[in-house]
Design a protein. Structure first.
Length: 262
């Protein structure tokens, strides 16, 4: 009778082992799936913003967004638009002039931005930017887009900062108010400790967007949909309510064209 008892115990032990292994395997799969979801979620370029806290909505556009119906954009609850104007020393966005005129006609608050090239002199970039926007009636400060993406590698942070400072100084001398756009990496590498007095327009997909830092505009989505714009569009918000927005525009908007040309 000993052999059957041993066989029964062996079977029981194996069943227990199989069950235990199955539980461990299922648990492992669940942990892996949860981690994968978290990683995937972190990479989704979108954050839902509470509109009762941040009621001011804006988009930023370039020629890549195609032809835009700004009347429909304004009717969809958008308050402001920042348009790409220039890049580097000579590039002009092909849709800027049309976008500017149509956006102003729609009643939107309008701003313009320049994509900062690491491999170009800052003063020349400032002159190019001003040559396109200086005669325009803009509502927001001029914006400089400073980021690694789209720029060549191998240029030192020190040189990038020096060229950016030269551009900022040139725009200051022209009487223009300026804000800096970047993501967290760009803020850390090129802005913090150097240009902390400038309004920051932060691209971030976490809430808060910039831990321990001050920000004015927050680009919180690359995948939003707005009536009048085909496909995905960047969505932005202002750090404050509607009254704060009005006060900020009054304090930080660029000098008007007539004042600049005196």
């Amino acid at each position: 009778m000993a052999a059957p008892d041993n066989l029964a115990n062996f079977v029981k032990m194996n069943k227990a082992g199989i069950i235990a292994s199955t539980i461990v395997g299922v648990t492992g799969v669940a942990i892996f799936a949860t981690a994968l979801l978290r990683v995937s979620a972190a990479r989704i370029p979108y954050v839902e913003v509470p509109r009762d806290e941040y009621p001011v909505v804006g988009v930023d556009l370039s020629a890549h967004n195609g032809r835009v119906d700004f009347g429909r954009v304004a009717a969809d609850g958008v308050d402001f638009v920042v348009l790409k104007a220039t890049e580097g020393e000579s590039f002009c966005d092909s849709e800027f002039a049309r976008n500017y005129g149509a956006a102003r006609m729609s009643g939107l608050k309008v701003g313009a931005y320049h994509f900062f090239r690491f491999d170009c002199e800052g003063e020349r970039q400032a002159r190019h930017f001003l040559s396109v926007v200086d005669s325009l009636d803009l509502d927001l400060p001029l914006a400089i887009d400073v980021e690694d993406n789209g720029n060549p590698e191998g240029i030192s942070r020190r040189l990038v900062a020096a060229r950016l400072e030269a551009m900022l100084n040139s725009l200051d001398s022209a009487g223009r108010k300026v804000m800096i756009y970047s993501n967290k990496r760009g803020i850390s590498r090129y802005i913090s400790g150097r240009f902390d007095d400038r309004p920051v327009w932060i691209c971030s997909f976490t809430n808060p967007p910039l831990a321990g830092g001050q920000w004015t505009l927050w680009q919180h989505s690359h995948r939003s949909r707005v009536d009048g714009i085909k496909g995905d569009v960047d969505l932005n918000t202002f750090n404050g309510d509607s009254a704060d927005w009005t006060r900020w525009l009054a304090a930080f908007a660029p000098a008007k064209a007539m004042a600049c040309n005196k």
